[in-house]
Design a protein around this ligand. Structure first.
Ligand SMILES: [Cu+2]
Length: 410
């Protein structure tokens, strides 16, 4: 009985808007027709209108784009990701106060300096900010971020450091936020200790016991929803002896964005949490947006590069690959101190995980970073590393048709 009632309630709520719209449209058509035609033709056209509506409704039902998840019941440890209608109104009331960020993508070149003097207590400060930015030209998303970019800044400490973390939540935020570091040994990874209301700051300290490259992310409920809005970044805990010297380091993170509008739909996009629960991302992107890395990553032949690559998810596992290169060294799952892998083509990066890859550059040209689940390229999961230098025919000897090379995708 209760199930029947909830179903009826659901149908009434979903159907009421559509029924009211239909009646209003019907009346409007009826009135217009009556002004212009005899009552017989009016009645005929009126029923013709309703017939057409029914004919369309029976096979297609209510268009999914106008349904709204009023009562999405989920079974996580905290509240579900469904969007209360009042939040939608709050968002639109405050839409003018959000900062508009010109480029949401974190610069992949920005990696902090490697090592400092020994035995320091390191202070880190992050600010959670809700902003508006383009995910693709003309497509705007309300990102929730650390420090205004996706991913948040790359942080770097050393094994054994005492790390003092302060998290401030911008006063313009509409939500509580927090930060859970996978580098932390302790309940919640700092997520509970840093649960901050808009305008508040909180701090905690942790000892960086284990070297490695670790994801950090917001852990405010609903966690998946906060991460799908862009709330992730990485912290490198360098081993005591440091990492081997390389010429260039890059910082890249993959993530998914579940917009209500289909990929390419212009204008401000709402996040569709039902798509998120089903894992049907509209955009799968490197550094926050389509083309987030492009024109930013350059190196030269003879150089050795290292990429810190993480996966903010929330659901997809990444098959990280660089087209035309072989990873000389992989730190599998970003583990430091364990066995290294040599000569790897594609490496797995779990959701909420990372990898470190190193490779030397022998041949100049364009090298495309991808998730080798290649249909994801069309959703945005690619970026270009431009390598300059002189040709090296000992390694790669090919006559390249410049016309083909200039075609997009090559
Ligand atoms: Cu958050």
């Amino acid at each position: 009985m209760f199930e029947v009632f909830s179903l009826v309630k659901f149908l009434i709520l979903q159907g009421a808007g559509l029924v009211i719209a239909l009646i209003a449209a019907g009346l409007f058509v009826y009135l217009v027709l009556r002004k212009l035609h005899s009552s017989r033709i009016t009645l005929f056209l009126f029923f013709f209108f309703f017939g057409t509506c029914l004919l369309l409704y029976v096979p297609m039902g209510i268009p999914s784009s106008i349904t709204y998840p009023f009562g999405l019941k989920t079974y996580g440890p905290a509240e579900g990701p469904w969007l209360p209608l009042k939040n939608v109104f709050t968002f639109f009331r405050h839409v003018r106060q959000f900062e508009r960020v010109a480029d949401i993508a974190r610069d992949p070149n920005v990696t902090p300096a490697p090592l400092r003097a020994e035995g320091e207590e390191v202070s880190l400060h992050l600010t959670t900010k809700e902003v508006l930015a383009e995910i693709a030209p003309g497509v705007v998303v309300n990102y929730w971020t650390f420090d205004g970019t996706v991913p948040g800044p790359m942080l770097r400490v050393r094994e054994g450091d005492m790390v003092h973390v302060t998290l401030s939540n911008d006063s313009n935020s509409l939500h509580h936020h927090s930060v859970d570091f996978h580098a932390v040994t302790g309940p919640g990874g700092g997520g509970v200790a840093t649960y901050v209301a808009p305008g508040e700051s909180k701090d905690f300290r942790f000892r960086a016991l284990n070297p490695g490259l670790y994801v950090y992310h917001c852990a405010a409920p609903n966690v998946a929803n906060h991460m799908a809005h862009g709330m992730y970044g990485m912290i490198l805990v360098e081993p005591k002896e440091g990492l081997p010297q390389v010429d260039k380091e890059f910082y890249v993170m993959q993530g998914e964005v579940y917009t209500a509008g289909k990929m390419g739909t212009q204008g401000l996009q709402v996040i569709d949490t039902e798509k998120m629960l089903s894992g049907n991302a509209e955009y799968i992107i490197f550094n926050g947006r389509v083309g987030g890395l492009n024109g930013k990553m350059t190196a030269a032949t003879g150089e050795k590069v290292r990429i810190y690559f993480g996966n903010g998810g929330v659901s997809d596992i990444s098959s990280f690959h660089v087209i035309g290169e072989i990873f000389d060294t992989v730190y599998p799952e970003a583990s430091i101190g364990g066995a290294l892998l040599k000569n790897v083509q594609t490496t797995l990066v779990p959701a909420g995980g990372a990898t470190i890859v190193e490779f030397g550059l022998e041949v100049p040209g364009r090298y495309i970073l991808v998730d080798h689940a290649l249909s994801r390229l069309d959703r945005g999961a690619w970026g270009v590393l431009e390598v300059t230098g002189t040709e090296n025919r000992e390694v790669f000897d090919a006559a390249v048709d410049p016309q083909v090379a200039a075609t997009p995708g090559h």
